[in-house]
Design a protein around this ligand. Structure first.
Ligand SMILES: [Zn+2]
Ligand SMILES: [Zn+2]
Length: 383
């Protein structure tokens, strides 16, 4: 029997929603388009998702080796032969403006994307879910996460990350031990003309030295350092949670639509005129063509949840082991450089940079979430 989208729902609380849903024109089972469902939205989406995740993981793994830098250099050289010089200069200026100056481009992009996701969620997902009798608390959870996320986003963006000045230079010099590998004791910042405390770094974008420098984040247009690392971690956590919450609600809605419509029990007619059971590929294709914006939103937030989840795991790993992104990235290279400079370095020494700042999980997390208490603790220990 060819598939028809059923309209006579048996339950009163879904009748209105079903009426709305049935107004949409399904085409499944009505012609040749249903007979070649394999290369459909689901397959393409899974392909893109796998490509993005593998690409992200490769960049992450290779970023500490010279392989990626060599690849980028080679790619740049190839492009320099292909692209006209004026276009190259324009691209370099754009890259310089976007990544080497403080600007609000990524902040605006971030808020626009977030606004678009929540507009679609409110416009369609929320309305259909209400009609289908979803609990209000469940539907409001993404909004709650959005509010908390925006609060931590603002705090990450406006809080001083730990700028080193003449006034706090001496105090901050006392906080961390110098390891003489990445952080030699008598180093000075040539730009700020200040002594460099251990674990600090000069941020070229903000033009200042930052205490316990992690990285400069273009999405919040600020450095991440000792005083705002906690806000950034919570910002990342709530951003991942809000993307995952929107993904879960949208998935639940689509599954409910399929179940209430008995769509999964229906059959379609193949090329030879035989009735075939609807499979997952055809179901997703059907949903994509019936609810294109919701399925597109779902694909986007699922991809975002994976990417942000990966970045969150990395940030939590660094927090738990008391490392900054800067130390994780430069540590081993700095150690090898030092080994090659020091004649007769003992071969028994480990071949990797030794992190001297880790003092156990809770102490490490305390340093992120209570930076003032941690600084006072180090100061007391030294006096
Ligand atoms: Zn500096
Ligand atoms: Zn910065």
């Amino acid at each position: 029997m060819p598939l028809e989208f059923p309209v006579n729902a048996g339950r009163r609380n879904v009748r209105a929603a079903r009426r709305k849903l049935s107004e949409k024109e399904p085409y499944v089972g009505r012609g040749p388009r249903t007979t070649s469902p394999r290369m459909d939205f689901l397959v393409l989406f899974l392909f893109y998702l796998a490509a993005v995740l593998v690409g992200g993981a490769t960049i992450c793994v290779c970023s500490r080796t010279s392989y990626l830098r060599g690849l980028v250099r080679g790619g740049t050289q190839v492009f320099s032969y292909i692209i006209p010089e004026c276009l190259q200069r324009a691209m370099l200026s754009l890259v310089h403006y976007l990544f080497h100056t403080r600007n609000y481009v990524f902040v605006v992009l971030h808020l626009t994307l977030q606004g678009m996701v929540y507009t679609e969620y409110t416009w369609e997902v929320f309305g259909y879910c209400r009609d289908l009798g979803f609990s209000l608390c469940y539907l409001l959870l993404p909004y709650l996460l959005l509010v908390v996320n925006l609060a931590f986003f603002t705090l990450s963006s406006v809080t001083d990350p730990g700028a080193i000045t003449k006034a706090n230079e001496l105090l901050l010099l006392q906080v961390y031990e110098f390891d003489e590998v990445m952080f030699p004791k008598d180093a000075r910042c040539p730009t700020c003309d200040l002594r460099k405390p251990a674990r600090s770094k000069h941020c070229g974008v903000c033009d200042r030295c930052v205490h316990r420098f992690d990285h400069h984040c273009v999405w919040v247009n600020n450095c991440i350092g000792a005083w705002n690392a906690r806000y950034f971690l919570l910002y990342l956590l709530t951003l991942t949670a809000s993307a995952a919450a929107v993904a879960v609600v949208s998935t639940t809605l689509l599954v409910r639509v399929v179940v209430l419509s008995d769509l999964h029990l229906e059959t379609r007619v193949d090329d030879l005129g035989h009735a075939q059971v609807i499979d997952i590929f055809l179901l997703v294709q059907y949903l994509f063509l019936t609810f294109p914006r919701i399925v597109f939103l779902l694909g986007f937030v699922v991809m975002l949840s994976f990417l942000l989840g990966g970045f969150l795991c990395f940030a939590l790993y660094l927090a738990a082991t008391n490392q900054t992104t800067n130390e994780w990235y430069r540590g081993d290279r700095a150690w090898h450089q030092r080994c090659s400079q020091v004649a007769g370095a003992p071969s028994a020494e480990p071949q990797v940079y030794r992190n001297i700042h880790s003092h156990g999980l809770w102490s490490n997390l305390g340093e992120i979430f209570l930076p003032a208490a941690a600084a006072a603790h180090y100061e007391k220990k030294r006096t």
